[in-house]
Design a protein around this ligand. Structure first.
Ligand SMILES: NC(=O)c1ccc[n+]([C@@H]2O[C@H](COP(=O)([O-])OP(=O)(O)OC[C@H]3O[C@@H](n4cnc5c(N)ncnc54)[C@H](OP(=O)(O)O)[C@@H]3O)[C@@H](O)[C@H]2O)c1
Length: 358
């Protein structure tokens, strides 16, 4: 049985779910893929745990418990080496078949990823930021044979795999669109029922559907990164500036504390209420929709016919030469840490099958 060393950067919701899935899936992984995943390093922002032969399942479960209680990965490691030093240690101990997994939400991971790829190692990303940075630095990650990033768009649904398939069969992509945010989808559906914008946001936050600071969702940056990644995969070397982005809160509210922002949300109700009312008079509903094509794209609140299927589902749509008059649609749940982690695990095993040396 092949033993595959895995380094995990990030131990938040997705990282914890991934560790749990690796532990729970040991026998399936052995039977289906004839391999054992040795998690040799788990690092969060402040600490790390390490074992050259792989942390035991008990140790991995203890890490998950510690993180769930708000503690670091390893309270006994106050001096955390840099990401590059951790990679160097891992490469010295286990140079063959290493897979580095980035499930942080951090900016600035590129030097680590570039070094790993340049040394011939393999990389899996759920972190969108390296793929959505300036094209000059991001282009190296697109269609790289030793890099996978299924979970960056669609929360684990096979979105990237589908796009890769269309490109493989030489089916030129014309346009990609979709509703790419579960939290904004929820807020829009609340508006349909007449709930004021402020209440819809407050309830989404209370249910844990938004980031702790809802502006991280309402600003549309995360959706913009997703549609930019899809556009770049389709072959268009776009920059973020090529996408017109509509934020759902005004710039004047950007610097407020979270409690102040929440307290002043009511100021947005009248304008949003008018937009909802105009949509209703045309039998339409508001949805936060992303589009991209070779020329650029947009991420904005749009009025869609209330009865149309696309107004009523979370979806990603590919219009291509083969799927021209009737686009290829992927729809479904596509959200949450467990599905996202499953997408990461799928990527790890895909790399094991396709690129592992004997
Ligand atoms: N949550 C979802 O449903 C979902 C869906 C699709 C994609 N994603 C993407 O998946 C990634 C992870 O999401 P999440 O919800 O798990 O985020 P999260 O809960 O915020 O966790 C992020 C983790 O990264 C760690 N971290 C930050 N900088 C680091 C560094 N330089 N080295 C190592 N670890 C570092 C943090 O450390 P500390 O614990 O010390 O702060 C934390 O453990 C994000 O990029 C997100 O956009 C998430």
């Amino acid at each position: 049985m092949k033993r595959i060393p895995v380094m995990l950067f990030g131990a938040g919701g997705v990282g914890q779910a991934l560790l749990q899935q690796i532990v729970n899936g040991r026998s399936t992984t052995a039977t289906r893929n004839n391999c054992q995943l040795d998690v040799i390093c788990v690092a969060d922002s402040k600490s790390y745990a390490w074992a050259a032969d792989g942390l035991t399942d008990q140790q991995l479960q203890a890490i998950v418990s510690a993180k769930q209680q708000g503690q670091p990965v390893n309270a006994a490691n106050p001096e955390r080496p840099s990401d590059l030093q951790l990679l160097e240690t891992a490469v010295t101990a286990r140079p063959q078949n290493l897979i580095l997994v980035d499930v942080t939400a951090a900016a600035g991971m590129e030097p680590l990823l570039d070094t790993a790829l340049a040394q011939g190692h393999r990389v899996v990303l759920a972190n969108k930021k390296p793929l959505a940075g300036p094209w000059a630095t991001a282009q190296t990650y697109f269609h790289h044979l030793r890099l996978r990033h299924e979970s960056t768009v669609g929360g684990g649904q096979p979105v990237i795999a589908t796009l890769r398939y269309l490109l493989d069969v030489n089916d030129p992509i014309h346009e990609i669109s979709g509703q790419l945010s579960g939290s904004l989808g929820y807020i829009c559906s609340q508006l349909d029922g007449g709930t004021p914008f402020s209440e819809a946001i407050a309830s989404a936050k209370a249910l844990g559907y938004t980031e702790p600071d809802p502006r991280d969702d309402l600003g549309g940056q995360d959706v913009m990164r997703k549609i930019l990644i899809l556009g770049r995969m389709a072959g268009w070397p776009l920059e973020a500036a090529d996408l017109k982005l509509e934020s759902l809160y005004p710039a004047a509210m950007a610097d407020l504390s979270v409690p102040d922002f929440m307290a002043r949300l009511g100021e947005l109700d009248e304008t949003m209420g008018e937009r909802v009312a105009t949509a209703v008079t045309h039998q339409q509903v508001l949805r936060y929709v992303a589009h991209v094509s070779a020329e650029g794209g947009s991420v904005s609140l749009q009025a869609l016919p209330a009865a149309s299927p696309l107004a009523n589902m979370k979806y990603i749509s590919f219009r291509s030469a083969l799927y021209d008059d009737e686009p290829l649609l992927i729809g479904g749940k596509g959200a949450g840490v467990h599905m996202t982690a499953a997408g990461v695990l799928g990527d790890i095993l895909d790399l094991v099958r396709e690129t592992t040396s004997e």
